[in-house]
Ligand binder design. Sequence first.
Ligand code: PPE
Length: 306
Amino acid sequence: MPIDKAAKIWMNGELVDWDDANVHVLTHTLHYGNGVFEGIRAYETDRGAAVFRLTPHIERLFRSAKILCIDIPYTVDDLVDAVKETVRVNDLPSCYVRPIAYLGYGEMGLNPLPCAVDVAIATWPWDAYLGDEGIRNGVRMMISSWQRHDPNAMPPAAKGCGHYINSQMAKVQAVRSGYDEAILLSPQGHVSECTGENLFVVRDGSITTPPTSAGALEGITQDSVRVIAGDLGFDYQEGNLLRSDLYTADEAFLSGTAAEVVPIRSVDDREIGDPGPVTRAIQEVFFEAVRGNRPEYAEWNEHVDA
Ligand code: PPE
């Protein structure tokens, strides 16, 4: 998806002009893929822009970094403030926010420990990731022949840059096969997640989402769905799912920061159909909550203007 330029990008504590936010071609992460990132959204609310669940996203960035032995030279509070500053100065009512901690220029070779750790935060307007039509009427999914990572090869709990080669292969296969998005299975054959989203199945009014042990990222939107589902009185649990559970679901949907909450219409051409009542109810509350229209979830709206 093409990027629309914003004015400034935060790099190692400075706000630099968009076109000057460059790195050297020998930047370590460019070669070996060891870096960590986050995807966050800010939404327009009555009180100005609010970053949705900003602090949990930055905390996850630090957990990812810990797993991959990247020592971020800032605190969680530093980066929470830096994201707010970046959103404020770019003056976009709603936008996507991309913090990344990467191994910089100056070292080569596979030992990452001596590398300088650089941090950048960019923001740009990003429309519905799987399309407005997808949000309204659902997306068509295929189960990829690519597997999710074995946790002892690439730890799925870390949102690592290089991890996303796996997602890209599944995405390419899905798009070239005429589907909107892919679902990946774990090496044990359990449903894991999508290329950049968690996944949920609804059966007899009860919602099930795969656990981290099936290779799913601990999604922050997934956690918002958990809370909203509970408040709406739906039964919700983490549990292993097989591909046949997808084919026979009453409803299915996915969640992610970029994608938001999106119904699933079909999996491998087995129709699930129009978005059902559980999916609709959760979607509705979610979209009200991100825009600050749900007082019970006010703590999720981290306003950029104090
Ligand atoms: N699984 C994966 C693999 C994943 O990348 C994401 C987010 C999620 C689940 C959902 O997590 P959360 O955003 O905390 O609810 N994917 C990010 C990257 C998308 C991209 O194309 O880049 C995102 O949604 O920002």
